[in-house]
Design a protein around this ligand. Structure first.
Ligand code: NAP
Ligand code: ZN
Ligand code: ZN
Length: 350
């Protein structure tokens, strides 16, 4: 076994603290990755606080992992020592079910093996995530990070990037499409960049105008405050696609009224409590309410290559791991521009 160091939550009510644990030695098809950076996703906070239920403790969160290959199993063909690689929200899946065969491993019928708060396919070993110094992953669940992207700014692409790229592609954001992104946070700011790069007209719907200059700089054409009731009158019936990244309770009916005929609102934000939807919010304008979950391996690589070719990565604030608990509190206050990324070199001083 390999000795690993990280930060873990011991229970749903404890702060993250230094934690030592074992990683398996790389098996034939495994890659050993020296983790350089890991993004802080809002899902890490939901999970570490068990807000969705089912969390496993102790938990080393982190599924926006960027690092460098330091060893490979003897059957590995896709990666070599020194390669810049990433790991996202899952590290394995059954590989046999229809979604797995279609490259939609995130919807694996058996459930994908989550990067943390999951159980390995041996049925017993808990998985631990990227707030740590190293990780061992089967090569089929490792991604290649384009050489022109800095590892720290690329790390959040592994969750925030693919979570927005996948629905924007699926619902065909592009020239002539009017797309709104609700919430300019970690996911939302990548939504703006990617939708703009795909050629869509992009509108940010934020709680206030405080981040307006940033939104326009990131590629938005329009920016509205949802705290202003006039916004909902002005924009009624305008959007072909709305991607909702908000995890707090909000009135979805109000936002559905902004959809044009045949428009779709896609939920990627995951509020723990159910939200009521009125039938007429959907019946009018033949609207759809949909959801989307990260993306499969093939599409995640496509997203990374797309970002590489458009020289597109995340706007980040790099922090030492000792500041992780403080960073969680700032994410909860929407005080992040626009993703915290942990510099794993700081673990050495922990
Ligand atoms: P984040 O950085 O905290 O961004 C969320 C944004 O929502 C905030 O920046 C804020 O934007 C807005 N917001 C916050 N509280 C709000 C409120 N009370 N009312 C209205 N808007 C509010 O979080 P994130 O990392 O982007 O994640 C967002 C959600 O997506 C989380 O629930 C996370 O678990 C989920 N997620 C889902 C997937 C998936 O595959 N579906 C993947 C990753 C994450 P403004 O300040 O601009 O209003
Ligand atoms: Zn995430
Ligand atoms: Zn499967």
């Amino acid at each position: 076994m390999l000795k690993a160091k990280g930060y873990a939550a011991a229970t749903a009510t404890s702060s993250l603290a230094p934690f030592s644990f074992d990683r398996r030695d790389p098996l034939d098809h495994d890659v050993l990755i020296d983790i350089k950076y890991c993004g802080i996703c809002h899902s890490d906070i939901h999970s570490a606080r068990d807000e969705w239920g089912g969390s496993l403790f102790p938990m080393v969160p982190g599924h926006e992992i960027a690092g460098v290959v330091t060893a490979v199993g003897r059957a590995v063909t896709r990666y070599k020592v020194g390669d810049a690689v990433g790991v996202g929200c899952f590290v394995d899946s059954c590989r046999k079910c229809a979604p797995c065969r279609a490259g939609l491993e995130q919807f694996c019928a058996e459930g994908p093996t989550l990067t943390y708060s999951g159980i390995e396919r041996d049925g017993k070993t808990p998985t631990q995530g990227g707030y740590s110094d190293k990780i061992v992953v089967n090569e089929d669940y490792v991604l290649r990070i384009p050489g022109n992207l800095a590892l720290d700014a690329a790390a959040p692409l592994l969750c925030a990037g693919i979570t927005l790229y996948s629905p924007l592609k699926h619902w065909q954001a592009g020239p002539g499409k009017n797309v709104a992104i609700i919430g300019l946070g970690g996911l939302g700011h990548m939504g703006v960049k990617i939708a703009h790069a795909l050629g869509a007209e992009v509108t940010v719907l934020s709680q206030s105008l405080a981040k307006r200059d940033d939104g326009l700089r990131l590629g938005a054409d329009n920016y509205y405050a949802t705290s202003d009731p006039a916004t909902f009158k002005t924009l009624k019936g305008s959007f072909d696609l709305i991607v909702n990244t908000v995890s707090a309770p909000m009135d979805w009916n109000q936002y559905l009224s902004l959809l044009a005929v045949d428009g779709t609102m896609v939920l990627v934000g995951a509020p723990p409590a159910p939200v009521p939807v009125a039938a007429f919010s959907l019946i009018s304008n033949r609207r759809s309410l949909a959801g989307s979950l990260i993306g499969g391996m093939r599409e995640t690589q496509e997203m990374l290559d797309f970002c590489g070719s458009h020289n597109l990565a995340c706007d980040i604030e790099v922090i030492p791991i000792q500041k992780v608990n403080e960073a969680y509190e700032r994410v909860l206050k929407s005080d992040v521009r626009y993703r915290f990324v942990i510099d794993m070199a700081s673990l050495k001083t922990s």
